[in-house]
Design a protein around this ligand. Structure first.
Ligand code: IPE
Ligand code: IPE
Ligand code: MG
Length: 247
């Protein structure tokens, strides 16, 4: 793979988030039903995590099911939940072998009991792994996450565990589902859609965005490296001028 030679080892994004989109359209292109697309998404997950691990990205967060996705036809939702259960079980040995720690963010209590149980088992089994933190966003909505944070912070203010003056960006960060993860440096979305769809609204304030037309089931290591190379070609100024960044 020639791209990997071009990757600057000193400019690796610490945390990459991916909106895995386009499974339905991919399936339709093959004349198959949407669930066929979801079933073919697992290889892309594996390749992305492997690619992240190879270049030294510490955290990868995958948008697997949004709070809005509950509104899809019941048959599709059920199929996605069953796929989640079977995939977690199937991938556990690989997570262990590759030293991958699994986490889950979102309104996980809304997931079917069986899915919650398997997810918790995989989280517990991998909690001491340290090469890559792989977080699945499941029943995840960024607005819901923020509402949740506001409620928890308010509770502490009411109980006098926290004063109003103490509330700052750090406090808010620490009450989000992602509190222990590094800043998101790069957000990738596949399938040509250029929107955020209620993903990590707070966390991507200064992330670089990479949109690709590749449909998620076709996404491979080379596509991940393309995103990294695009990221490395940008100047992250954080409000400063280009001249300031060069000094
Ligand atoms: C992404 O693919 C997977 C989920 C949202 C669960 P889609 O299912 O959204 O595929 P398209 O966008 O319809 O092609
Ligand atoms: C976003 O994709 C959610 C996931 C990838 C899990 P959608 O396909 O649901 O997003 P919209 O509805 O097209 O914005
Ligand atoms: Mg979609």
């Amino acid at each position: 793979m020639d791209q990997i030679a071009k990757i600057d080892k000193n400019k690796i994004p610490e945390h990459v988030a991916i909106i895995m989109d386009g499974n339905g359209r991919w399936a339709k292109q093959q004349g198959m039903n949407r669930v066929f697309g979801h079933r073919n998404a697992l290889t892309s997950v594996r390749e992305s995590v492997e690619a992240a691990s190879e270049i030294g990205t510490k955290a990868i967060t995958l948008y697997a099911f949004s709070s809005e996705n509950w509104n899809r036809p019941k048959l599709e939702v059920d199929a996605l939940m069953n796929l989640l259960i079977s995939s977690l079980k199937k991938e556990l040995p690989g997570f262990q072998k590759n030293n991958i720690q699994i986490r889950g963010i979102g309104n996980l209590k809304k997931l079917p009991k069986k899915a919650q149980k398997v997810l918790q088992e995989v989280i517990d089994a991998t909690k001491n792994n340290s090469k890559v933190i792989l977080t699945f966003a499941l029943s995840y909505g960024a607005r819901e996450e923020i509402v949740n944070a506001v409620k928890n912070i308010s509770k502490k203010v009411v109980n006098k565990e926290l004063s109003l003056e103490e509330i700052d960006e750090n406090i808010i960060n620490n009450h989000l589902y992602t509190f222990s993860l590094p800043e998101v440096d790069l957000l990738i979305r596949t399938s040509g859609e250029e929107r955020i769809s209620n993903f990590l609204l707070w966390q991507i304030a200064y992330a670089e965005l990479h949109f690709t037309n590749v449909l998620w089931p076709d996404f491979r290591k080379k596509d991940f490296y393309d995103a990294i190379l695009s990221y490395q070609n940008r100047e992250r100024r954080f409000g400063k001028t280009s001249e300031q960044m060069k000094n």
